[in-house]
Design a protein around this ligand. Structure first.
Ligand code: SF4
Ligand code: SF4
Length: 174
């Protein structure tokens, strides 16, 4: 019985020409690869930085850690309503009618006193919807990206607490 009838695979030996073509292809391929590698080793300024010794500033429109400047918050709830993951917790009480009149920096009257303004940034997807709808622009994304925590609860920010109020100077000027 012939070999083809048995279904055996037979390989024809490399021709002399094919042998040298393969060697040439290997040399060219290696040359092209090494040219790119060497360009980055010797010719191109590295794009990496030695973090944390070097810190890059994020672009102005970055959506990083949220900050609510609560003095300008009118407790309108629009941010919490817009939030797709419901991670903004707000409660407020009506200001006493005899309490001194308070206005935000843009002149809006403050009729409610916040009793809670907390964002769970472990749930936040940094979509920016809350900052977009905020009528007084007190809720903003900062450019701060160094806020990792060991426990999830550490990502819950109570913006009425003095510790977080202390961020203001550092974050707002960024
Ligand atoms: S940025 Fe975060 S907190 Fe704001 S709406 Fe999006 S998910 Fe909610
Ligand atoms: S939308 Fe702005 S003003 Fe209204 S509750 Fe949220 S942070 Fe405060």
């Amino acid at each position: 019985m012939k070999q083809q009838e048995l279904g055996e695979i037979t390989e024809s030996p490399l021709t002399f020409r094919q042998y040298f073509t393969n060697i040439w292809d290997a040399i060219i391929t290696t040359y092209k690869g090494m040219k790119i590698t060497l360009k980055y080793v010797y010719g191109v300024k590295p794009v990496t930085v030695q973090y944390p010794e070097e810190r890059e500033e994020l672009p102005l429109n970055s959506r990083s850690r949220l900050f609510n400047d609560v003095e300008n918050c009118i407790a309108c709830m629009q941010c919490a309503t817009a939030c797709p993951v419901d991670c903004i917790y707000i409660s407020a009480v009506k200001r006493d009618k005899d309490a001194p009149k308070v206005k935000t920096s843009s002149g809006s009257p403050v009729r409610l006193d916040l009793t809670m303004y907390t964002i769970d940034e472990a749930l936040c997807c940094y979509c920016g919807l809350c900052t977009t709808v905020c009528p007084t622009e007190c809720l903003t994304h900062t450019r701060d990206y160094e806020f990792s925590q060991y426990v999830l609860d550490g990502m819950k920010y109570d913006y009425l607490s003095p510790e977080i109020r202390a961020w203001r100077t550092r974050l707002i000027k960024k």
